[in-house]
Design a protein around this ligand. Structure first.
Ligand code: HEC
Ligand code: HEC
Length: 380
């Protein structure tokens, strides 16, 4: 029999496959707070690619269609039995076990995307699912998002082992075939594998990717020392008197950073404010109090206010933000020598590292550890 080459994987399927690999790896590597904007962008690409693959599983060429590779379970079982005995028959498209693995990977991917969008919505107030659920869901969504990503990573590991094994068994380079699309075959090219919609599909894929890039252009173009706007929170209340009276010696901390009882205590003790006398008269105090109480941590739902508030035991009335559990926990890795550096000047000087401290947001994207101007080395 004459061996010939057949195009098994069509172009949209290949673009999907390698695009999914890249976006997954990128999202995985960029998972810290500092890179949240890029993580989200990679996540959108990942999600759009999966949506495209659902469509292509119905409309794609023969080997791309679900109907060609989702086999009944007994057949999968038979295949697995043969495969463990090194007698796995060769399949041009996905083998019966691989077909189900594709479905499982895609389901995991979609669940990762959805829990990611939910986390983005409740934690950051961004994305299409923002505002539909309260912040108390954040921990659950975040944890599921992470657990699902680990599950997917293990599945990917299994997939790689299987691809390697099958490549050796049938002496063909399967990763290369996913790149070129071609596999050797000794049957005649199958008529059913024509790709009538490939051009339309590629255009659709292009539009979707273009859309997510356009949508995330703020993420890509963002640089420098501006607060990171796509993740800026809702505008918080401001007050000229507060800025004037409480912003003279340090940042006028936004009231959302401490609970009402703390502000009451600070204002009551204003004659002895960390060894300073604020010399406020009763009228000023009551106006400041009225403002602080409306914007206090219990009334505001930025991520920072929510988490600070929840880290303060009900019996405690801290007068420092920097002594709350959440604050201490978030800053515990910062070395002592950084706090005393002249361009930082102490824990209370939030603006040194948080570009959006004035707005009261403290968003992930707006954190910078400043360079030490003397020797230009980054301490963290
Ligand atoms: C005369 C200067 C001065 C003024 C005006 C002033 N403060 Fe302070 N404030 C200080 C000093 C000094 C500290 C202690 C800084 C440090 O940690 O060394 C401080 C610390 C604080 C802290 C604790 C920061 C932390 O570590 O978390 C809060 C909260 C605070 N001030 C609130 C206010 C409020 C509210 C007002 C306005 C009513 C105000 N301050 C006005 C001097 C001032
Ligand atoms: C020396 C730099 C520095 C100073 C000064 C500083 N922070 Fe931070 N802050 C950081 C860094 C770095 C992180 C990120 C820690 C992490 O994610 O592990 C952080 C994290 C946070 C977070 C959590 C943000 C998030 O969503 O993960 C909040 C809220 C916060 N800081 C509030 C404050 C407040 C309020 C002040 C002033 C009282 C302050 N910080 C002063 C460096 C600083």
């Amino acid at each position: 029999m004459v061996s010939s080459k057949l195009r098994v994987w069509d172009l949209p399927t290949k673009v999907f496959h390698w695009g999914l690999v890249l976006s997954f790896v990128a999202a995985w590597l960029l998972r810290g707070d500092r890179y949240l904007h890029l993580h989200v962008l990679a996540g959108y690409l990942f999600f759009f690619l999966l949506l495209f693959r659902l469509y292509w599983g119905l409309a794609g060429s023969f080997h791309a269609r679900f109907s060609s590779f989702i086999r009944p379970l007994p057949e999968v079982w038979e295949y697995l039995k043969k495969a463990t005995g090194r007698k796995a028959p060769r399949h041009l498209g996905h083998n019966p076990a691989g077909g189900w693995a594709v479905l499982l990977l895609m389901s995991l991917g979609l669940m990762i995307s959805i829990t990611g969008l939910l986390t983005l919505g409740v934690e950051e107030g961004h994305g299409p699912l923002a505002g539909i659920l309260g912040r108390e869901w954040a921990a659950l969504f975040h944890a599921s998002h992470q657990a699902l990503a680990w599950a997917m990573l293990s599945m990917v590991g299994l997939h790689l082992v299987a691809v390697f094994r099958e490549s050796v068994l049938h002496r063909e380079n399967l990763p290369l075939a996913m790149l070129t699309g071609y596999k050797r075959t000794d049957t005649k090219a199958r008529a059913e594998n024509v790709q009538p919609h490939a051009a339309v599909a590629l255009a659709l894929l292009g539009v979707m990717l273009g859309f997510s890039l356009w949508w995330g252009r703020g993420y890509l173009l963002h640089s420098g020392n501006e607060p990171y706007l796509p993740f800026s929170g809702p505008m918080l209340s401001r007050n000229a008197l507060w800025e004037e009276e409480c912003g003279a010696c340090h940042l006028a901390y936004h009231p959302s950073l401490l609970p009402r009882r703390s502000w009451n205590r600070l204002l009551t003790q204003q004659e002895n404010h960390f060894s300073e006398d604020l010399y406020l008269d009763a009228g000023t105090i009551s106006r400041l109090r009225a403002y602080a109480v409306t914007g206090e941590a219990g009334n505001t739902v930025t991520e920072a206010s929510w988490k600070i508030h929840n880290s303060i035991p009900a019996a405690k009335t801290p007068v420092r933000i920097t002594e709350t559990g959440y604050w201490k926990n978030k800053h515990k890795d910062i070395p002592e020598k950084l706090w005393t550096r002249s361009d930082i000047g102490g824990r209370h000087n939030c603006t040194a590292c948080h570009l959006d401290a004035r707005q009261g947001w403290f968003e992930d994207g707006a954190m910078r550890i400043p360079f030490n101007e003397k020797n230009m080395t980054r301490i963290m």
